[in-house]
Design a protein around this ligand. Structure first.
Ligand SMILES: Cc1ncc(COP(=O)(O)O)c(C=O)c1O
Length: 440
């Protein structure tokens, strides 16, 4: 039961909460928004105003808020046990979820290491790759290759592997060195793949792994890769004996259509990192799926020191695992029936209709239920940073009943998968109205 009034919440928030990725001086100057409840693709504030959740609560929400099936799974597990450690023991939801993820993933990814956020899932893959080469007598293979513009999280390993410009630049001195190859053009991957082939020719003997966000780099502003690119990168990795880590933290669980994007190009990575949509946007849970041969290399006696010494307190939390199972059970028919594909086609049509040729949209990138709109002045160029055009549009969108989060002057539209065609239409129309109000 909440005991604070809305005003008390705002007061406590202003005094005590440090928000993520936020200039707190700016935040303090903006009108507060306190979310009280949610239902389906909608959130309601303490004043009773409703908003379409246009970024799926940071790209996590699948079946909507307050979903009866996910709620039931959570409550049922709550009646058994809320948490039990996976250090040295196990429980039904964790074991069942690991089996289900392995079954759905490409063949050979038979083992699952649980963490509780996307950065953690990637850190685990990086560390397991690093340790694998030591255990198999090739300790010189310790380098990491990432792609330009990549975002894999905010911990030191993920910042090192990523390339997020000013988000992370100041922390570079504390990061291990990594190589980056150019991202492809959406229509032509030749230059990117040629550069990668050359990098691997020179450095593969010292490289443990390559990490890639397959198909779409979300946090870079929905940077799209051409079809066949992931397959080509996977082939190069295989040829040069370098592990392939696919970071599907953003793209998996139907966000782009399939359960896992790697299956579209029939790629079976060495590590597959999952988070965000795994619990349908309910609870923090992440998973790193690992190829069986890699898992096997860590086996030995205790004193052989081959074990993977890494773990988090809430690893494989049973509440989160139960909800993840319910989420997957409900998502599969949505994908298999073609309903999700139909929604994706409709979303794409609506975006084209509203924004193609719009005077203030310099570029529109979209794939699946994810899109970026680059806001640009009518004559071209960019807005002065201090104008905060993206933020101003998002604040205006709130007035029209849509919650969005800007990335600089790009608007990212990432709706919950449950929005029906009418709701998708409302999301696009209200976003357009906000743009037209702010940038006439
Ligand atoms: C592709 C990708 N990897 C990793 C992460 C980090 O996930 P988390 O914020 O759960 O640590 C994100 C977050 O946006 C992401 O988009």
């Amino acid at each position: 039961m909440n005991v604070l009034s809305a005003a008390d919440v705002v007061g406590a928030d202003r005094r005590h909460v440090w928000h993520p990725f936020t200039q707190m001086q700016e935040y303090a100057s903006l009108p507060p928004l306190v979310i009280a409840s949610g239902k389906g693709g909608w959130l309601t504030d303490t004043e009773g105003r409703t908003y379409l959740d246009g970024n799926a609560s940071i790209w996590t929400n699948v079946h909507g808020h307050n979903d009866p099936d996910l709620n039931a799974a959570l409550v049922e597990q709550l009646g058994r046990v809320a948490h039990a450690t996976m250090l040295g023991l196990t429980h039904a939801p964790g074991a069942e979820l690991a089996a289900e993820l392995s079954r759905l993933a490409p063949r050979g990814l038979g083992h699952v290491f649980f963490t509780d956020n996307g950065s953690g899932a990637v850190e685990v893959a990086l560390k397991q790759s690093f340790q694998f080469w030591q255990l198999t007598g090739r300790p010189e293979k310790r380098g990491v290759i990432g792609m330009a513009g990549a975002y894999h999280g905010d911990t030191f390993g993920t910042m090192a592997a990523g390339d997020s410009g000013f988000f992370h630049d100041r922390f570079r001195p504390w990061c291990f060195p990594a190589d980056h190859f150019p991202a492809p053009d959406v229509h032509d991957a030749t230059a990117s793949l040629t550069a990668l082939a050359e990098l691997l020719r020179v450095k593969a003997v010292q490289t443990a792994c390559l990490i890639l966000e397959p198909s779409v780099q979300g946090a870079a502003g929905m940077r799209l890769q051409p079809r066949g690119f992931v397959r080509a990168v996977a082939d190069l990795c295989r040829e040069h004996d370098v592990h392939l880590i696919l970071d599907e933290v953003f793209v998996a669980f139907g966000r782009l259509g399939p359960m896992f994007v790697c299956t579209e190009e029939k790629v079976s990575p060495d590590f597959l990192c999952l988070a965000k949509g795994l619990t349908g946007g309910y609870l923090p849970l992440a998973a790193t799926l690992v190829r069986d041969e890699i898992y096997d290399a860590f086996l030995g006696t205790y004193e052989s020191r081959r074990a993977f010494f890494h773990g988090h307190t809430f690893t494989g939390n049973p509440l989160a695992a139960s909800v993840a199972l319910a989420n997957i059970r409900k998502l599969r028919p949505l994908i298999d029936s073609g309903v999700l594909d139909k929604r994706i086609r409709e979303f794409s049509r609506l975006l084209d209709e509203a924004f193609a040729g719009h005077a203030h949209i310099g570029a529109l990138r979209r794939r699946g239920l994810a899109a970026a709109l680059d806001l640009t002045p009518a004559g071209g160029g960019t807005y002065p940073v201090a104008l905060r055009a993206g933020l101003q549009v998002c604040l205006r969108a709130r007035a029209h009943g849509v919650l969005l989060r800007p990335l600089g002057d790009s608007l990212l539209l990432v709706p919950p998968l449950c929005l029906d065609e009418g709701e998708l239409g409302a999301l696009v129309a209200r976003t357009r109205r906000a743009i037209d109000d702010v940038l006439p």
